[in-house]
Design a protein around this ligand. Sequence first.
Ligand code: TA6
Length: 298
Amino acid sequence: MSDDPANPPVPSGTTRGELAMLRLSGTHSSLDVASQGAHVCNWQPDGGEPVLFMSPKSHFLKGKAIRGGVPVIFPWFGKREDDPTAPQHGFGRIAGWKRTRGMVDQRGAAVAEFQLEDNDSTRKSWPFSFAAKLSVEGHTRLHITLEIKNTDSKPFTFGAGLHSYFCVSDIERIKILGLEDTHYIDQVAANEVRKQANEAITFDGELDRIYFDTAATCVILDPGKKRRIVIAKSGSKSTVVWNPWAGKAGSMADLGADNWRGMVCVETTNAGPDSITLAPLATHRLETTITVERIDSA
Ligand code: TA6
């Protein structure tokens, strides 16, 4: 059971703030998922600490993005070039998804499924018919799949992401492995394209990068928590790494100047040049699998 103030235990079929929240306690881990955004808010292996970061200042209000967990980004990543009024990261994370499954299965895995289809509101900002399904399994690992089906009569192109926030001991003490020698768009340097040296990613200030042409598994090495978090993926050729640092965090009401040290985002995405074009009736699957391994403090 979570004793983390940012992730108070919630019984299954309950609410957090204004949002319906499903809580499932499997044989190996517990899982909280909000129906708004089909948003995985907490995954905690039994006997371990929460793996996903949740800001203690996060709102749980209808129509507002949740600051932490795994926001579902769809049908665009970041800002809309053609419509500055459109919500950043699309409507997927703030829409009301329909829960179609929620149980602990016979293996003891906590499993849930959510569906979202186009409606008058979505078509106003994105004039296409689609069927989206978010599946999550919390067991010895956390496995999340976002399926997008084109139910329209014409092709469409979209961006997407599983925008995972991870709990870390201290952003200045962790390393991220897996993106060595990989090109990235540097979103804190006028979107310049740069190349990661043959070394791990470390943090000494705001960092916001869209690594592209990469299907690599990433590892968050966290000696302070004596653990490695392994993030494997499929259906994605881009990985976004982000920490806002003190300045930007201080300007974010739902994060605050004293919560940025304990988080890092390593996001499984179709972002930047990795947008997806689907023909009618075609489906795209974006998957992330998160595993936690104990290490001796390095
Ligand atoms: O994680 C990459 C990013 O696009 C950053 O630029 C930052 O904006 C972050 O997403 C959070 O976005 P949000 O709309 O949730 O504040």
